[in-house]
Ligand binder design. Structure first.
Ligand code: FO1
Length: 327
């Protein structure tokens, strides 16, 4: 087991990868992990380029994450944000902490000096030493927006709203008709991404949001076909346990695309590789074991293990189960 490539979004993908690194350190210290990270949540805010999932993965693997929140830094203050709000600028409902702002300032400084997002990410990781290579899915902006089903506040039905406003300001609690990836037509996979998929010994789809994280990454031109042609096994880990989203409001995203909130439905949504889909194997929670026969009939090798990532040992055990399933 030399090269493992993970396609990750925010909190779930970051925590899973932390467990994976912990497990590999014991059983395969020579293994190298590459994380292809969703940039669909990225935005310009207060003149700064905010990359929520890249930062969540970097902070989580680098030991700088606010563990309770799953995002941002611990022991944060909001003095600069309060001053920005006093000017009536920014998003009052989106917390940019003082420590976190430094990351956005340095990244924006690098981007304005001509660095690509990949180069800026490499630079930030020199400080955080995540123990894995972090690659943005693309160096071009591909921002997830939602199309509103009805008027809300200053927004009108039919309009596009940035995903983060839907997710954070409205807690995904207002109806939307579709997800739109603004910029997708002009985007290509970032340098190293397709190679990290083609040269992997194992590829893992961790328990990230299947729509706006894994779905966004696999929509970037070239990535889905690389996943379908790579010799590596592709193993997914269900983000749905017992019919409920483990984190966030993944159920609101699945509902929007007409997929039921179940381990079975998400596995079938990703699809069996032999049938034109992405998965060779699918790891589900023990409470969803009834889905095993259906998944097997669909050509998806599956097994059921405890999937709650309650702490590092349980997450490490989940990573071990994913590696076993991919062997
Ligand atoms: N999530 C929230 O629910 N509220 C916030 O105010 C918030 C701020 C924020 C700032 C920087 C950052 O990197 C992430 C932040 N997040 C916040 C989390 C973010 O919405 C999620 O990490 C992803 O976009 C979804 O996985």
């Amino acid at each position: 087991m030399k090269n493992v490539t993970v396609l990750a979004g925010g909190v779930g993908g970051a925590r899973f990868t932390r467990g994976l690194l912990g497990h590999l350190a014991g059983v395969a210290p020579e293994a190298a992990v590459t994380v292809v990270v969703n940039t669909g949540d990225d935005m310009w805010l207060d003149g700064l380029r905010i990359c929520p999932d890249l930062d969540t993965v970097m902070y989580t693997l680098g030991g700088g994450i606010n563990e309770e929140q799953g995002w941002g830094r611990p022991a944060e203050t909001r003095r600069a944000a309060a001053e920005i709000a006093a000017y009536g600028r920014g998003w009052s409902w989106f917390t940019l902490g003082d420590l976190d702002l430094a990351t956005h300032i340095v990244r924006t400084d690098l981007l304005r000096s001509g660095s690509t997002l990949s180069e800026a990410t490499d630079f930030l990781c020199r400080r955080w030493q995540p123990g894995a290579r972090l690659l943005p899915m693309s160096d071009q902006p591909v921002e997830t927006h939602v199309r509103l089903a009805a008027d809300i506040d200053e927004h009108r039905a039919g309009e596009l709203m940035h995903f983060e406003e839907w997710w954070v300001r409205y807690r995904a609690g207002i109806a939307v008709t579709e997800f739109v990836q603004v910029g997708l037509a002009d985007a290509v996979a970032a340098p190293g991404v397709l190679e990290a998929i083609e040269n992997a010994d194992l590829i893992i789809l961790p328990p990230s949001n299947p729509v706006v994280s894994v779905g966004t990454i696999t929509a970037v031109p070239g990535i889905r076909s690389a996943l379908r042609s790579t010799p590596a096994q592709v193993v997914g880990v269900s983000p749905i346990i017992g019919g409920a989203a483990v984190r966030g409001m993944a159920d609101a995203c699945l509902h929007t695309i007409g997929v039921a909130t179940s381990a079975e439905a998400v596995g079938l949504h990703y699809g069996a590789r032999a049938a034109g889909g992405l998965l060779d194997a699918w790891l589900i929670d023990v409470t969803d074991a009834a889905a095993l026969p259906v998944l097997a009939a669909a050509g998806i090798r599956s097994t059921a293990v405890p999937l709650w990532m309650t702490d590092l040992p349980t997450t490490t055990a989940i990573a071990a189960a994913a590696l076993d399933l991919g062997a």
